[in-house]
Design a protein around this ligand. Structure first.
Ligand SMILES: *Cc1c(COP(=O)(O)O)cnc(C)c1O
Length: 239
């Protein structure tokens, strides 16, 4: 392999630097302060060593989709004090480890989950930060609450003990056209603006991934969930 190619091979440091540069450029273009945007590194299918490598570079927030692989990683890296976000679809019978081991959950989309997470969050832990997932478009497979259900669901989270309502999350239909990406994110931002009338403390918009982070920044994201751009292509793409 020629030297140029070898020196250009991406490392965790170059990938993280490139993602931070993309976020900063998009924020500047949108007249936003990049400090208002949290980068969640989506480490699904990545080994604990890959998480540790990014943590060594100062990355603090990590997102996981599958409990079976997330729990051993959380355990192995516990001494580092990382912030763990559960971003996978949540089954009612699997809420306990989320309530016990995570700092955030982004995928609450029904009352049953609110009740269980509140009952299962340990008393010695700080409140579990909750984003309600909103279904945009007709993609029924990804989960998310119907926008019409939002007022009741947000009220339930806000009233629940041990939970802290933070905001809204969406996983919109995949689009390559930036204008179309922006339309979905603008729709979620509008839902958040409406929700803020009843919940003024709502401060989080969890939207934007590797392929559409610029559009999400333009439309006001406060939390980007980035996997591929930080870790490279996933070997087994489970989601
Ligand atoms: C996998 C995943 C991401 C990250 O996607 P990339 O395209 O790899 O950046 C973000 N959010 C959710 C909910 C995911 O499942």
């Amino acid at each position: 392999m020629p030297d140029t190619a070898a020196s250009a091979a991406p490392t965790p440091a170059t990938r993280l630097g490139a993602v931070r540069a993309r976020i900063a450029a998009a924020a500047v273009a949108a007249g936003r302060d990049p400090a208002g945007i949290t980068l969640v590194a989506v480490s699904k299918t990545q080994p604990a060593a890959a998480v540790a490598a990014l943590a060594d570079l100062g990355q603090q927030d990590f997102g996981e989709n599958y409990l079976q692989e997330a729990l051993p990683k959380i355990d192995a890296l516990r001494a580092r004090g990382l912030i763990w976000h559960y971003i996978g679809q949540l089954q009612s019978n699997k809420t306990r480890p989320v309530a016990e081991q995570f700092d955030w959950v982004h995928t609450v989309d029904r009352i049953r989950l609110v009740e269980r997470l509140a009952a299962q969050r340990p008393f010695h832990a700080p409140p579990l930060n909750v984003c309600v997932q909103v279904k945009l478009g007709d993609e029924t497979t990804k989960g998310g609450a119907d926008p019409a259900e939002l007022p009741a669901l947000l009220a339930a989270v806000a009233a629940a003990p041990r939970l802290r309502l933070r905001g809204l999350m969406a996983l919109p239909p995949e689009e390559t056209d930036p204008a179309r990406q922006r339309r979905w994110f603008a729709e979620l931002a509008a839902h958040a603006a409406a929700a803020r009338r009843a919940h003024p403390g709502l401060d989080t918009l969890s939207m934007g991934m590797s392929g559409d982070l610029e559009a999400a920044v333009t439309e006001g994201t406060t939390m980007l969930r980035i996997g591929t751009a930080l870790f490279g292509e996933r070997i087994q793409s489970k989601a």
